[in-house]
Design a protein around this ligand. Structure first.
Ligand SMILES: [Zn+2]
Length: 93
């Protein structure tokens, strides 16, 4: 008898949970269908400009005060301090 009550209450709780999540799931599916329809009708811009990618590479600053870096005397490229030759021009540092 207790087992039956337990199973019944669990079943009711599961049904309630399912009933609560159904609208959310339905919204997700409807949103997906709407997006697909817009996509097929070219209502969505497929290529959007991303300003982050248009910004270009960040400026490399020669930081000669950094003890882990050293500037090449020939081309000015900044190399790690433990480099014996410049990574850019291959001249000895
Ligand atoms: Zn160099």
């Amino acid at each position: 008898m207790v087992g039956t009550l337990y199973l019944l209450s669990v079943a009711v709780l599961l049904l309630v949970a399912l009933a609560l999540t159904l609208p959310v799931i339905r919204d997700i599916v409807l949103e997906g269908l709407e997006r697909r329809r817009k996509w097929n009708n070219d209502e969505i811009e497929r290529y959007t400009e991303d300003e982050e990618f248009d910004a270009g590479p960040p400026a490399v600053e020669a930081d000669e005060t950094d003890p882990d870096r050293q500037a090449c005397q020939h081309c000015g490229a900044v190399n790690d301090a433990d480099y014996a030759f410049c990574a850019e021009c291959s001249e000895p540092l």
